[in-house]
Design a protein around this ligand. Structure first.
Ligand code: SAH
Ligand code: SF4
Ligand code: F3S
Length: 464
C-alpha cells in the first residue's frame, strides 16, 4: 500500500488464497492483474478484503475438504463484516470449482461466485454484477474466447514485488487421462499458447526484473504452440527463443510427461545454458503392471532409458519425480519395483502421495482399493528412501561453487535465500541487500535435507 495508491480507504481490495499446483499460483496472480483496472489491489489477509477468492485444488480428497473448512471461517467473517455494514464477496475458483460447480453453493451458501480455471478473465464482470446486488454466479464452462487473449499484461508493480522469479503458463489441460487423475476433467483438453504471446509476456517479465522463468503446463512438454508461420513449435524450440530474451538468465519447465520428452527438448538440455539442470519428470510407479493400470503409456524400463538419454545430454542434471503409493491392486512386489526404480535413477528431490480415489476417475471405481495402513506404511518406506537420496545429493554439493539467484529474505534480517541451478534453497548469512535479484557465485559449505548453506565466492565482487 504505497503512497502512489492513494488513500487506503478509497481502494478496493482483493485477497486470493492459492491451493494446489503452480498453475494455480500463476492463475491467482492473473486474477489480481485482471481486477487491477477496476481499482482493486491485493491484500494478504481476508479480514482486509472486499473480495476473497479461494483458488482451489481437487487433486486429492484432503485438498477439497480444506476448502470447505476455510469456507466455514469465511462465513463468520462475512457475518462480522455485514454487522459493520461492509460487504464481502466470496468466490471459489480453480479445480474444485470446476469439478463441483453448483454443489459448492449448495454445501456453502455463503459463496457468491464459483468459477472454473478457464473463466477467471471474466472476474470483473461477475464482481460488477454481484456488487449491484445480482444473484450468485456459477460459471464452469470452457468458453470459446481464450482467456489469455483477454488478460492484461502482468501488472508491473506486482511482478516486481514478487521478485526475480516468475511462472508463465504456456500450456493448459491434459489429454492423457491417467486413471487416477482429475486434471483432464477440471482443466479440459490440451491447449498451447502461441509463441509470440509467450515471448511478449516473457519480455514484460524481464522488464519488470524477472531473471528466472518457470514455464508451466499440466503437460508442459506436450507444448505445440503456433509458431506464427503456420507450424507448431515444440517446447525445445520455444526454450531457445526465450533464452534469447535480454534479462532472462534462467529457464525451467514443469510438469513433463515421459512420453513427450522429444529429441529437440533433450538437445536443449545439452545446448541451452539458460535451461537449468533440473528436471521434474513424474514416473508415479516402478511396476509395469501398475503403470499400465494407471494408463501412463510408458513402462519402467523405457523411463530409465529416457533418463539415461537425458543424462547423456547433460550429465549434471538433477532428477525429480512424483510417486503414488497404494494404487488399487498394488502388491508388495509392485511397491518394491518402485523402490528399485528409485534406487536405479537416483533422485535429487521428489514428491510422493498416497493414492486418493477421485470421484469420476476410472481408478476410483476399482474394487481392490488398499487399506489406509498399507498406504501409510508404504509411503513411509518410500519417503525414507527418497529422503536418503535427497540428503546425499545436498551433502555432495558441499565444497562446490554454484550460481545462486537471491530472491527472498531468510529467517534473520541479514540472511538471504536463493535458488541453486538444481532448485535447492541456498541461504547465506550477513548478506548485503544489493544481492536481491542478482545471480552470484556461492561456495556451498553444508548440505541439509531441504537446503544448503553457503558463502559468497568473492565478497569484493558484490554489485554495488
Ligand atoms: N501433470 C502432471 C502432474 C499432475 S498432478 C503429471 O502428469 O505428472 C501432480 C501429482 O499429483 C501427480 O503427478 C500425482 O503423483 C499426484 N496425484 C494425482 N492424482 C492423484 C490421486 N488421485 N491420488 C494421489 N496422488 C495423485
Ligand atoms: Fe493427470 Fe496424467 Fe494428465 Fe498428469 S498426465 S495431468 S497425471 S492425467
Ligand atoms: Fe490441483 Fe488443479 Fe493443479 S487439481 S494440482 S490445482 S491442475
Amino acid at each position: 500500500m504505497g503512497p502512489e495508491n492513494g488513500p487506503d480507504a478509497t481502494r478496493k481490495k482483493i485477497f486470493v488464497k492459492t491451493y494446489g499446483c503452480q498453475m494455480n499460483v500463476y492463475d491467482s496472480a492473473r486474477m489480481v492483474d485482471v481486477m487491477a483496472p477496476s481499482g482493486y489491489t491485493e491484500v494478504d489477509q481476508p479480514e482486509d478484503a472486499d473480495i476473497v477468492i479461494l483458488n482451489t485444488c481437487h487433486i486429492r480428497e484432503k485438498a477439497a475438504e480444506k476448502v470447505y473448512s476455510e469456507l466455514g471461517c469465511l462465513r463468520d467473517l462475512k457475518k462480522e463484516k455485514s454487522g459493520r455494514g461492509e460487504n464481502l464477496v466470496i468466490g471459489v475458483a480453480g479445480c474444485v470449482a470446476q469439478a463441483e460447480g453448483e454443489e459448492i453453493r449448495r454445501r456453502a451458501p455463503v459463496v457468491d461466485l464459483v468459477l472454473g480455471p478457464q473463466t477467471y478473465h471474466r472476474l470483473p464482470e461477475y464482481v460488477g454484477r454481484l456488487s449491484n446486488g445480482g444473484p450468485g454466479i456459477v460459471e464452469t464452462d470452457f468458453p470459446a474466447d481464450d482467456k489469455f487473449e483477454t488478460l492484461p499484461a502482468p501488472e508491473r508493480r506486482k511482478t516486481l514485488a514478487r521478485g526475480a522469479t516468475a511462472f508463465l503458463t504456456i500450456q493448459e489441460g491434459c489429454d492423457k487421462f491417467c486413471t487416477f487423475c482429475v486434471v483432464p476433467y477440471t482443466r479440459g483438453a490440451e491447449f498451447s499458447r502461441p509463441v509470440t504471446r509467450i515471448l511478449d509476456e516473457a519480455r514484460a517479465l524481464a522488464d519488470a526484473g524477472v531473471r528466472e522463468i518457470t514455464l508451466l503446463g499440466q503437460n508442459v512438454n506436450a507444448y505445440h504452440g503456433d509458431d506464427g508461420k503456420g507450424a507448431a513449435a515444440s517446447l525445445g524450440h520455444l526454450i531457445r527463443r526465450l533464452a534469447g530474451i535480454d534479462g532472462i538468465e534462467r529457464l525451467r519447465y514443469t510438469t513433463s510427461h515421459p512420453r513427450d520428452m522429444d529429441d529437440e527438448l533433450i538437445a536443449a538440455h545439452a545446448e541451452v545454458p539458460e535451461l537449468m539442470p533440473y528436471l521434474h519428470l513424474p514416473v508415479q510407479s516402478g511396476s509395469d503392471r501398475i503403470l499400465a493400470a494407471m494408463n501412463r503409456r510408458h513402462d519402467a524400463e523405457s523411463y530409465i532409458r529416457l533418463v539415461e538419454r537425458i543424462r547423456a545430454a547433460n550429465p549434471g542434471i538433477a532428477m525429480s519425480s512424483d510417486f503414488i503409493v497404494g494404487f488399487p491392486g498394488e502388491t508388495e512386489q509392485d511397491f518394491e519395483a518402485t523402490l528399485a526404480l528409485i534406487r536405479e535413477v537416483g533422485y535429487a528431490q521428489a514428491y510422493s502421495f498416497k493414492y486418493s480415489p477421485r470421484p469420476g476417475t476410472p481408478a476410483s471405481a476399482e474394487e481392490d482399493q488398499l487399506p489406509e495402513e498399507i498406504k501409510s506404511e508404504r509411503l513411509q518406506r518410500l519417503q525414507a528412501l527418497l529422503g536418503e537420496q535427497q540428503i546425499a545429493f545436498n551433502r555432495a554439493c558441499a565444497g562446490s561453487t554454484m550460481s545462486v539467484l537471491f530472491d527472498r529474505r531468510g529467517r534473520s534480517e541479514s540472511q538471504l535465500v536463493g535458488r541453486s541451478p538444481y532448485l535447492q534453497s541456498v541461504h547465506i548469512d550477513d548478506a548485503p541487500e544489493s544481492l536481491f535479484g542478482q545471480i552470484v557465485d556461492v561456495v556451498v559449505e553444508e548440505g541439509y535435507r531441504n537446503s544448503l548453506r553457503g558463502r559468497l565466492l568473492e565478497t569484493d565482487s558484490v554489485p554495488a
